[in-house]
Design a protein around this ligand. Structure first.
Ligand code: DX5
Ligand code: ZN
Length: 217
């Protein structure tokens, strides 16, 4: 089953709770981008935002950690109520330890691949995670152009999962719209993050519906 995850990086930060409420009925989860200014050349938000939103809106949160060596930061995101937490393979020296901490904290654990990281980087970890996030842009900013060459990587991850028969979902993030979503879906993804594609539209309900319907075209 496919799921749509609005990325609040593109929401109006001055009215964040209202923005999340505006998509909560149509979306399955929200996607929260955490950036440290080192792993990616931008700063965004921290665990305080997750906790505050949790209090205001009943929607599950998928937290994408774009930070160097995330392990020391994991407890605060888990305590804040993150439902899914993903870490970059490029940023974390001890991936299995990180995944274990996330799962022990009651959240689903995901690993993320930057566009230049091959699918083979997953070989030693894929059986131990709940989802793989294939970045379809280099992380750091919303509103970037989808990289079509990532479709082959999504297919490679899908065939790895099918061969191993492990229940791992594939998420995609970056440049997802009604044209790129069906391509990723056909390649094997089921979780679709969309930031500017949803929040730049005045009518978020229609924007999400259009994304959901795009796989039937
Ligand atoms: C990029 C972030 C994305 C971003 C996606 O570094 O990880 O989640 O918000 O934005 P769009 O959908 O606008 O490409
Ligand atoms: Zn993201």
């Amino acid at each position: 089953m496919m799921k749509i995850l609005p990325s609040i990086l593109s929401a109006d930060f001055a009215h964040l709770a209202e923005e999340v409420l505006d998509v909560a009925h149509d979306a399955d989860l929200i996607h929260v981008d955490v950036m440290d200014g080192h792993f990616v050349p931008n700063l965004s938000m921290g665990a305080g935002v997750i906790k505050a939103l949790k209090r205001e809106v009943a929607i599950a949160q998928d937290v994408h950690l774009m930070v160097e060596e995330p392990i020391p930061l994991l407890p605060q995101f888990l305590d804040a109520g993150a439902d899914m937490v993903s870490i970059h393979v490029e940023a974390c020296r001890h991936l299995h330890r990180a995944v274990q901490i996330i799962r022990d904290g009651g959240a689903k654990a995901g690993v993320v691949l930057n566009p230049s990281t091959p699918a083979s980087a997953l070989e030693a970890i894929i059986k131990d995670v709940d989802y793989v996030l294939v970045m379809t842009v280099d992380p750091g900013f919303g509103g970037q152009r989808f990289l079509p060459s990532m479709l082959d990587k999504i297919k490679a991850v899908r065939s790895m999962i099918n061969t191993l028969k492990c229940p791992v979902a594939i998420e995609v993030d970056g440049g997802i719209n009604e044209h790129t979503l069906p391509l990723c879906y056909a390649a094997g993804a089921s979780l679709f993050v969309a930031g500017s594609g949803i929040f730049s539209s005045a009518d978020r309900h229609t924007a999400i519906e259009r994304l959901k319907r795009s796989i039937f075209k």
